[in-house]
Design a protein around this ligand. Structure first.
Ligand SMILES: Nc1ncnc2c1ncn2[C@@H]1O[C@H](COP(=O)(O)OP(=O)(O)O)[C@@H](O)[C@H]1O
Ligand SMILES: [Mg+2]
Length: 291
C-alpha cells in the first residue's frame, strides 16, 4: 500500500552514526538524527499529590524519539511507564521539564497521536468496522476518506471477513487488532501503546508482534510501546528504554541494532537479540523481568 509519509524518515531513526557508545544509544535525550524529534522529553518530572501521600512518579527523564523510530519502554510496575505515555498524549502535565511533539510544547490533550491500551475497550453494540470508525466520528473526519482508510487497515491487520462481527464474536487478538486500527485511522504520526498485548496468550502475542513489526514498517509511524516482556521489546524496537523503580528514571537506553524487517524465529536466534535481551534482564533483575 502507499502512504503519504516519506520513506526517508526511516533514515532519521536511531542515533546518528557518530554517536558511537558501544551497545547503547548514547545519553538519554541525545538528539536523534537532527531536526525536531517526534517525541521529546527534557528533564521531565511528575509528582502526584494526594491526601494520603506525595508520589514522585518520574524524575529527570530525558528522551528524544526520532520520526519513524520504534522505542520500547520496560521497567518494574509503578515506575511511571503509563505516566510517561500520558504526558506525551497531553493527558497529564509535567511538574517540571518540557514535553514536545515534533518540536511543539505539549500543553493539553493531543489529537495527532494514536493510543492503544491493554484492554481493547470496544463498544459491544458496534461492529468491528463501526468501532474503528468511531475515531473518525470523534474527529469529524470526512466519511469517505475514513471508510477507505478503515478498509485499508482492516486488510492490513488481517481482519477482512470480520468487519461486521461484534466484539463478543472476536478473539482477544482480533479485538486488539480492531483497537489498533482505530488508533491508526487518522494516520497519527505517533502511536502510543501501553502493554497492548499483555492480556493475550503467548502464541497470539507472538503473532501480534510480527504484525506490529510489519504495520510499523508500512506506516512509518513513530511508536512508543510499554511492555513487561523483554523479548517483545527487543524484537520490536530500535531502542529499548530501561526504567528504574520509583521514582522512575531512565537507567539505560539499549540500541538493539537489528534491521527493521524481522522474521520472528530468526530474530530470536540472533546474537544481537540474545545480547540485548540478556543485558536488559540483568538491568531489571530476575525478580521483575518476564521472559
Ligand atoms: N493519578 C494518579 N494519582 C496519584 N498517583 C498516581 C496517579 N497515577 C499514577 N500514580 C502513581 O505513580 C506511579 C507510577 O504509575 P504508572 O505510571 O501507572 O506506573 P507503571 O505504568 O510503570 O506501572 C505509581 O506509584 C502510581 O501509584
Ligand atoms: Mg502502567
Amino acid at each position: 500500500m502507499t502512504m503519504a509519509r516519506d520513506i526517508t524518515l526511516r533514515k532519521a531513526a536511531g542515533p546518528p552514526p557518530d554517536d558511537s557508545a558501544p551497545g547503547t544509544a548514547g545519553t538519554p535525550g541525545a538528539a536523534a538524527g537532527g531536526g525536531a524529534a517526534a517525541v521529546g522529553l527534557e528533564d521531565v518530572a511528575v509528582r502526584f499529590r494526594t491526601k494520603k501521600r506525595d508520589v514522585t512518579a518520574l524524575h529527570e527523564v530525558s528522551l528524544d524519539v526520532a520520526p519513524g523510530e520504534f522505542v520500547a519502554i520496560v521497567g518494574p510496575s509503578g515506575c511511571g511507564k503509563s505516566t510517561l505515555l500520558k504526558l506525551v498524549a497531553g493527558l497529564l502535565r509535567a511538574s517540571a521539564g518540557a514535553v514536545r511533539l515534533h518540536g511543539d510544547r505539549v500543553g493539553g490533550p493531543r489529537h495527532d497521536i494514536g493510543y492503544v491500551f491493554q484492554r481493547a475497550a470496544l463498544l459491544e453494540w458496534r461492529t468491528a468496522r463501526r468501532n474503528i470508525l468511531l475515531q473518525a466520528e470523534m474527529r469529524r473526519m470526512p466519511g469517505e476518506r475514513a471508510r477507505a482508510r478503515a478498509d485499508e487497515l482492516i486488510a492490513m491487520t488481517g481482519l477482512s471477513g470480520f468487519e461486521d462481527a461484534y466484539p463478543h464474536e472476536l478473539s482477544g487478538g482480533m479485538q486488539q487488532r480492531v483497537a489498533l486500527c482505530r488508533a491508526l485511522l487518522h494516520e497519527p504520526p505517533v502511536l502510543l501503546m501501553d502493554e497492548p498485548f499483555g492480556a493475550l496468550d503467548a502464541l497470539t502475542r507472538e503473532q501480534m508482534n510480527m504484525e506490529l513489526n510489519r504495520i510499523w514498517r508500512e506506516t512509518r509511524t513513530t511508536v512508543l510501546l510499554v511492555t513487561h516482556s523483554i523479548s517483545e521489546a527487543v524484537y520490536l524496537a530500535d531502542r529499548v528504554v530501561v526504567m528504574s523503580p520509583r521514582p522512575g528514571t531512565i537507567t539505560e537506553i539499549i540500541d538493539v541494532g537489528l534491521p527493521p524487517e524481522r522474521d520472528y524465529t530468526e530474530t530470536l536466534g540472533r546474537p544481537e537479540f540474545r545480547e540485548a535481551a540478556g543485558h536488559i534482564r540483568g538491568l531489571l533483575g530476575a525478580a521483575s523481568a518476564q521472559d
